[in-house]
Design a protein around this ligand. Structure first.
Ligand SMILES: [Zn+2]
Length: 119
């Protein structure tokens, strides 16, 4: 979808996708999810989130129309982390150098493999 902006996904390939407006309002309401971020690309919105912290952030933030879905994703995640991919950025994440980037890349790779298998 051309208006898709941010994909939240877990290690099993379950996804919640926000459009540009939803992504911008979520970023505004939650302080860019800073409090839930374990590791992030310095130059785009790609990041690794801690599920428990994400649930806390969403619960104290003003209501967001997709918060419930994101909470369910965090609750049902098979690992302690969720991942965010910035679908509108051309960023190659070259300056994202901590171990979070490798974990994020692995999760994204599996997500893309799953999508290929489904087609
Ligand atoms: Zn990046």
């Amino acid at each position: 979808m051309p208006n898709d902006a941010l994909a939240f996904f877990d290690d099993e390939g379950t996804q919640v996708i926000l459009d540009a407006e939803e992504a911008a309002s979520l970023w505004g309401l939650t302080g860019s999810l800073e409090a839930a971020t374990v590791s992030a690309c310095p130059t785009c919105r790609a990041r690794v989130l801690a599920c428990v912290a994400l649930a806390d952030v969403l619960e104290v933030a003003p209501p967001h129309p997709r918060a419930r879905e994101l909470l369910e994703l965090a609750d049902d995640a098979p690992t302690l982390h969720l991942y965010v991919s910035d679908m509108v950025s051309e960023c190659r994440h070259r300056t994202w150098r901590d171990p979070g980037h490798a974990e994020w890349s692995d999760a994204l790779g599996e997500l893309l493999d799953d999508e290929r298998r489904r087609r």
